[in-house]
Design a protein around this ligand. Sequence first.
Ligand code: G6P
Length: 607
Amino acid sequence: MCGIIGIIGKAGVAPLLLEGLKRLEYRGYDSAGIATLVDSRIERRRAEGRIVNLAARIEKEPIAGQTGIGHTRWATHGIPNEINAHPHASSKVAVVHNGIIENFQALRKELEGFGIHFETDTDTEVIVHLITHYLDEGLTPEAATAKTLHRLEGAFALGVIFANESSLMIGARRGSPLAIGYGDGEMYLGSDALALAPLTSKITYLEEGDWAVLTPTGVTIHDETDAVIERKIEKSAASGALEGKGNYPHFMLKEIFEQPAVIGDTLHALLNPVTRTIVLPDLPFDLAGISRATIIACGTSFYAALVAKYWLEAVAGLAVDVDIASEFRYRNAGMPKGGLAIFISQSGETADTLAALRYAKKQGQHTLALVNVAESSLAREAEASLLTYAGPEIGVASTKAFTTQLTVLACLTIALARARGAIDHADEARLSAALTEVPSRAVEVLNHDERLKGLADDIAGVRDVLYLGRGTSYPIALEGALKLKEISYIHAEGYAAGEMKHGPIALIDEGMPIIVIAPSDPLFEKTASNVQEVIARGGRVIFLSDRTGAERLGRVAAATIELPEVDPFVTPILYAIPVQLLAYHIAVLKGTNVDQPRNLAKSVTVE
Ligand code: G6P
């Protein structure tokens, strides 16, 4: 999965390609490159690592050309070195690719049979040689590309330019998103509207199987049968401004500290604080008629789903299944009629989540996307969508997207509970009031930053960390462990506190910190017993609770962080914050690249 951009411009395109790639870096940052047409010849500049390396390379060795393509890579086939960096090219064609060509081995063998020499370990290079092969047979660039597309299996978004064709660029989409942008005598291709935002807001999103022929003045779109087809032009709301870090050393810290504001923005869209009621946008299905919910997501978004399961079952009395998208899509899950399938995704582009959505649609489910990017594929393909108002999240490890997802899910829980008659107005008012308090309580939680930074000192040197929680605190334990793994590279596990005695208790010794998430909720005593079991075995407990919880446990933990006393309904939103801060400070102490941790990408558009 990677980011791609293409421009047929009126002046030198290298700076614009670089700017577009910076906006796509969330899709991968293993290597980057651009190719342009200079005097009708293909020229390339590529560099290992982040876009800044490519920019430095281009500064040393400038590259002209008014037509060009660019790529930022998250390696799938072939190590992330310069040779394997895109664009890949022959003397006739240059290609950028996002996705995986599943039959590349067979195609490569076939092409090697014709005496074609391969330079890279990538799957993408077969596309270059196939198109070149068909061009050599005398086909036009359009026909050679169309014929190649029919030979490819797997997922891809492609951008292609051709030597001697300075007014031509071809884009294609199957499985990975691709947008066409319209300029004034210029045309653009991009993985998303965000990449194109400084250039244009007039966008056409290609549909599955589409391929498009761009010239400086327009585009001809073909569907998967090669027939010419019209696709609508939309006005994108993506902002042209690049997000900055402000006074923060990292995007992640900035985003953690934005949480009170963005949770407030999200509540503002869904909750009327005067009537203390939830006001969802009009949905094309009746919430009262929903018989079952299935919530599907990946990564941090999956942990938001897990919290929602507890909420929906307890508050709305609704049966809920949750699943990891990559598992769900191949499980042949039965989905009874009348079910609502909810898909949670910050980016709205995660390949597995999208595939799961398509499966659920085929199963006759109502579908609801919960996304942070209003124009994302998930939002466009689902029957309805609800937005988180987190704003652009740049840090690869998700923080504010998670807590705003929880905020929307809490509102959805209340709305479903009301529709099903599971709560009355007084209950709704109490739960809504608890939610309206979250932004100011979140500020109080952030005040513990210095203390958490101090605790990070003791943890940065350890090998393993265990996170424990029960009920809605269990997914927060999972999320805490995930955050730590992602950015500090310390092994961490999240466990249901009651399950600890069935295995992880064997790991406990003086060297292993155990972070316990235990607000004083109805399950508190149970978790407190588990804490005693840990302490009896020499474990070093860091106890995240409130004053009541701290008093009830007594002075047995190595450290206690006293968070605000709130309605147990909203604790997962607030307790997510200290585990984020802890992971952040540990990662800073370890000197990792906090915003772009190794091997990860913000948006995972391959399965
Ligand atoms: C990647 C990101 C995670 C994110 C997950 C799901 O792994 O690094 O932070 O939680 O994808 O992404 P989504 O955009 O679907 O929420």
